[in-house]
Design a protein around this ligand. Structure first.
Ligand SMILES: NC(=O)c1ccc[n+]([C@@H]2O[C@H](COP(=O)([O-])OP(=O)(O)OC[C@H]3O[C@@H](n4cnc5c(N)ncnc54)[C@H](O)[C@@H]3O)[C@@H](O)[C@H]2O)c1
Length: 355
């Protein structure tokens, strides 16, 4: 029997609430399949841990995590701990330390999902976001602090290796799926980094003459995300642009309670990490109001990653059925159910579907 060793980092706020539901569903799936099982290990890292120890994770945290097949993360950040500390000392530390340079964010309008557009278009894109450098490289300087001549520099870092590998991954994905590939950049204003990005997109594209491509400036792309989202299939973009565009995409396809993301190290030299893209939602934490569907969608991405695509698809279909049924949903989806009730209902529907 295959055993998948999963490190759980439920984190802060609603993180533990939604991860509990994900674990419940994954355990049920493994039980129904019978051919694999999960071994979960829970880590207490996050802002509470920081308040007690002055650190977001154990000193040898990365070493501990390296033993696992994947990481399942809830959310990190809470009032009282500066956001740049919680982000850089846990989440970004893992993404960078484990070279999870591909961030996969599906922007798909499932049946039954709320959509603010009057005509519900058939939105189905996969945004591939560069996840290891770019605008989030953490490079820069803070000169003459608190002086009148104060200057801050935030440097975007686009290496050939980093740019080529994400663009190549996107071409491969587009070729395998038989879909179009759109690059989103900003070469007119960012005259070094994005001119380079566009050049690499073109260069790598020569190896993929069968893939139909398009290139947009990020401002135009933002407009088309809203006015004509069906023109996008596979999208590749930089760290910052991907971060912003996928929140816009999430807003169009059901809100933050439904949006999932996978941080992938394609070579599998290190564990990959699966997480809902929402934060710790301190405004609703501890009230059983959090929507666990984003965490469940990221569990479905994890199943795909392990080669259990049938289960990944079945879980996603169940999320869709649940929303179409429109009975057991959390308040962000205009329902009245609790986080746990939604998790229980997904388990029940999964079980009922198995012949
Ligand atoms: N990946 C992460 O861990 C991550 C991502 C974003 C923000 N954060 C951190 O989270 C904290 C709060 O940030 P924020 O308020 O900007 O973003 P947020 O995503 O936590 O919340 C934004 C809004 O969406 C709602 N929301 C979020 N998740 C929800 C869910 N599952 N169900 C229902 N409603 C949900 C919240 O109630 C809130 O109104 C900050 O400390 C921030 O740094 C962490």
């Amino acid at each position: 029997m295959d055993v998948y060793k999963i490190a759980l980092i439920p984190g802060d706020g609603v993180g533990p609430e939604v991860i509990d539901e994900g674990v419940k569903v994954l355990e049920k799936i493994a039980e129904m399949d019978g051919g694999f099982r999960f071994e979960f290990t829970r880590f207490p890292w996050g802002c509470e841990f920081y308040s007690e120890t002055g650190k977001m994770m154990d000193e040898d945290g990365m070493e501990q995590l390296s033993e696992f097949d994947a990481i399942y993360l809830g959310a990190v950040g809470f009032p009282g701990v500066p956001d740049h500390i919680s982000l850089w000392d846990l989440l970004l530390k893992i993404r960078k330390g484990f070279d999870q340079y591909i961030n996969l964010r599906p922007i798909k309008l499932l049946n039954g999902a709320p959509c603010p557009l009057t005509e519900k278009p058939d939105i189905d894109m996969l945004v591939i976001r560069e996840n290891s450098e770019g605008e989030y490289a953490g490079a820069g300087d803070w000169l003459f602090k608190d002086k009148p001549e104060e200057v801050v520099l935030q440097t975007g870092v686009f290496s050939r290796k980093g740019t080529e590998r994400v663009i190549r991954y996107a071409y491969e994905e587009a070729r395998a799926a038989g879909k179009t590939l759109t690059s989103i950049s900003k070469g007119n204003a960012l005259n070094y980094s994005m001119v380079f990005w566009d050049q690499v997109f073109e260069e790598v594209g020569k190896e993929y003459p069968d893939v139909k491509t398009a290139s947009y400036l990020v401002d135009a792309a933002s407009m088309f995300f809203v006015l004509d989202p069906t023109r996008f299939e596979i999208v590749v973009t930089s760290n910052l642009f991907g971060d912003i565009l996928t929140d816009l995409g999430a807003a169009l396809t059901g809100g933050l309670g439904l949006a999932a993301g996978a941080n992938i190290n394609p070579e599998k030299s290190y564990p990959s990490m699966f997480e809902p893209i929402h934060g710790s939602a301190p405004d609703i934490a501890g009230k059983e109001l959090a929507n666990p569907l984003a965490a469940l969608w990221s569990a479905s991405q994890m199943l795909d990653f392990f080669g259990q695509e049938d289960w990944g698809k079945r879980l996603l279909n169940t999320i869709e059925d649940l929303m179409v049924e429109n009975k057991v949903l959390t308040p962000d989806m205009k329902g009245q159910a609790t986080t746990k009730e939604v998790g229980d209902q997904v388990v029940e529907m999964l079980t009922a579907k198995v012949v």
